[in-house]
Design a protein around this ligand. Structure first.
Ligand code: ATP
Ligand code: MG
Length: 270
């Protein structure tokens, strides 16, 4: 397990969790977990079901508070009381179930909760033209060419919806983009598209936290990898320190699989 040496004059990481713990009553969801997120990098969090991945991002997203350890945003100790706090600090989170309104047009979902208006007083109207234009332009900027931003967002594929959510976070000035298993429900091709936009957000200078079960997806875009196992940190590596094979082995629970295979052999021999 290695922690990169801080370089003199390097800017503080956008987000830094240091030995963070979180308990739900007496359930230990996280213990002693550390994660660093730099601008222009992708930090991947890998782990099995129940490993604590969502709990970790809920702390970053302001939904939960940590019980121990430290959480710094741009070098400053932080304790967020709600998701609005996180957004105000430039942290945008895209949840797996994507809070979209399926029957509303794409542009409407893009601006949900932040609609621009024109006119004042009783003449105040939603600036629909501007929302349409901006949505189309922002999606194009990310390389997404939607034929019609008026189509209900529910008619887009899961991958396209993830892409819209990413473009939205970039448009509203997020510095940190947190994605909870954006490729979990997607096929190979759509996963590739989503990972392309993850890379585009990274190249736009955002720090990205990518949660995934899939070491192949992580390794395509990741700069750092944190492995969680039952709430504890089972590994933390820079890309230069670990190859895809080793990452896959660790993710698959390499030593646990060996152990299991021995146990199964023994069981057969009895
Ligand atoms: N609100 C809660 N109250 C009690 N226990 C919780 C709560 N949320 C999560 N847990 C427990 O904490 C542990 C970590 O859960 P978490 O959702 O963070 O895992 P995960 O890695 O995101 O799993 P998955 O891959 O299934 O999404 C689990 O044992 C879970 O049952
Ligand atoms: Mg989860």
């Amino acid at each position: 397990m290695t922690t990169p040496e801080p370089v003199d004059n390097a800017p503080a990481p956008l987000v830094e969790l240091d030995a963070v713990s979180k308990y739900y009553g007496n359930i230990r969801a996280l213990e002693g977990v550390s994660l660093t997120v730099h601008a222009g990098e992708v930090s991947c969090v890998l782990g099995d079901n129940g490993a604590g991945k969502s709990t970790l991002i809920k702390i970053i997203a302001g939904l939960h508070q940590h019980d121990a350890g430290s959480f710094r945003i741009e070098g400053e100790e932080a304790r967020l009381s709600n998701p609005r706090d996180a957004l105000d600090r430039g942290i945008a989170t895209v949840y797996q179930d994507l809070a979209v309104v399926p029957l509303m047009p794409v542009w409407r979902n893009f601006f949900l909760g932040s609609e621009p208006t024109r006119g004042t007083g009783p003449f105040k109207r939603l600036d629909v033209d501007r929302m349409r234009r901006t949505t189309r332009a922002e999606l194009l900027r990310m390389g997404i060419d939607l034929r019609d931003v008026d189509q209900p967002i529910g008619t887009l594929s899961g991958g396209e919806r993830q892409c819209v959510a990413i473009a939205r976070a970039v448009h509203f000035g997020a510095k940190v983009l947190v994605l909870d298993e954006p490729t979990a429900a997607l096929g190979v091709k759509q996963s590739g598209v989503v990972l392309k936009y993850v890379a585009a957000a990274r190249d736009a200078g955002l720090g990205v936290v990518l949660i995934t079960h899939n070491p192949h997806h992580a390794y395509l875009v990741g700069d750092r990898f944190v492995l969680l196992k039952r709430g504890t940190m089972a590994g933390s590596h820079l890309r230069s320190e670990i190859g895809l094979d080793e990452l896959t082995r660790q993710m698959a629970g390499g030593s646990e699989l060996d152990e299991l295979s021995h146990e199964l052999e023994r069981a057969q021999g009895e």
